[in-house]
Design a protein around this ligand. Structure first.
Ligand code: TYM
Length: 341
């Protein structure tokens, strides 16, 4: 049954591949941290999603731990949030199979992220296509109402909602219908080297992204090189030629939490784009430097990290396993006692 809850439930996920960048931080992580008191939250390190593209095993292992430490360093509090690794909870892989059996192929072929990624590859792996079904299972197993994500994930969350609706229609009311919650500022942080492209982990160009582990000097340099335009006007704008300046202002707005008007007031007396870039770099450094320091400390305490992830997985299983039993019963599977909690 779809439960009634007083506090909305939040679920979100992040892949343990490559280094986290400012887009991940402003578009997702910072918002998870800010709302962790209001909501009952589940934050998942989605290692099963990561292997839809080949991962060197050692790099995946290391990346998973590094991401856990970075999320904690960024302020995710394991006393208030269930932070866990996806593969530690078997129900995710199982839910993915069950839901794939009610998801039309056409829905998956339509996903823009699949189309873009598939176009770059000679041989497309099945997991890349069914990736959003695994994601739907992640969310639906926890009865999450809200899914805070960056703009690029919106279509996947809408698909999860469609899958939930279809299941409920076929088998009776089982799943909560989730909705994407996209931030007002920095929903889509663009590359500093090319403000027409989303900042992404896979882009390798120098000066493309600011990583959460970058030194202060690296951050200053990346902003100094940021592409702007030949004008002088510091203003929010949808015009393609002002995309660079707009991106810098959006980064400043999301980092400081100030309104558009306050941001414009802050820059009213700025001396050109050089000044703008420098001041954006400084607010970003002020936000990121403490995270980097805390991350290093956390990485040194392997036992504590293990303890937090073990506790998170246990709490996640306590939610996901009974939900999976309900799903299987609805579908007509015999569920033996040993699979019940
Ligand atoms: P991932 O790991 O690519 O990204 C994690 C979060 O960061 C956001 N993000 C951005 N936001 C603003 N600007 C950017 N340039 C930018 N780049 C990334 C993403 O929108 C995301 O919120 N499929 C998901 C992971 C996932 C998931 C889930 C999310 C798996 N299961 C269930 C929500 C619910 C992904 O690959 O995110």
């Amino acid at each position: 049954m779809v439960p009634e809850r007083e506090r909305p439930r939040v679920f979100s996920g992040i892949q343990p591949t490559g280094s986290l960048h400012l887009g991940n931080y402003l578009g997702a992580i910072k918002r998870w941290v800010e709302r962790q008191d209001e909501k009952e939250s589940f934050i998942c390190i989605v290692d099963l999603h990561a292997v839809t593209v080949y991962q060197e095993p050692e790099a995946l292992r290391r990346g998973t731990r590094q991401l856990a430490a970075l999320l904690l360093a960024a302020g995710i509090d394991p006393a208030r949030v269930t932070l866990f690794v996806q593969s530690h909870v078997r129900a995710h892989a199982e839910a993915s199979w069950l839901l794939s059996c009610i998801t039309p192929l056409g829905w998956l072929e339509r996903m823009t992220q699949f189309k873009a990624k598939a176009a770059q590859q000679q041989s497309v792996l099945t997991g890349l296509l069914t990736y959003p079904v695994l994601q739907a299972g992640d969310i639906l197993l926890y009865d999450a109402d809200e899914v805070p994500v960056g703009e690029d994930q919106k279509q996947h969350i809408e698909l999860a909602r469609d899958v939930a609706q279809r299941f409920n229609h076929l088998y009776g009311d089982t799943f909560v219908l989730p909705r994407p919650v996209i931030g007002e500022a920095a929903a889509r942080v663009m590359g500093l080297d090319d403000p027409t492209r989303k900042m992404s982990k896979s882009a390798k160009a120098r000066g493309h992204a600011v990583r959460l582990t970058d030194s202060d000097d690296e951050i200053r340099r990346a902003f100094k090189r940021a592409v702007t335009d030949s004008g002088r006007e510091i203003a929010f704008s949808d015009e393609p030629e002002k995309a660079g300046v707009n991106n810098l202002l959006e980064i400043y707005r999301a980092t400081t939490g100030r309104s558009r008007q306050q941001v414009l007031d802050d820059f009213a007396g700025a001396r050109g784009y050089g000044d703008l870039k420098q001041r954006v770099a400084e607010v970003v450094i002020a936000a990121i430097a403490p995270i980097r320091r805390r991350y290093r400390e956390l990485m040194e305490d392997a036992a504590e990290l293990d303890r937090i992830l073990r506790q998170g997985a246990e709490a996640a299983r306590a939610e996901a396993e009974p939900k999976l039993v309900e799903v299987k019963e609805r579908m007509g599977f015999e569920v033996p006692d040993e699979l019940r909690r």
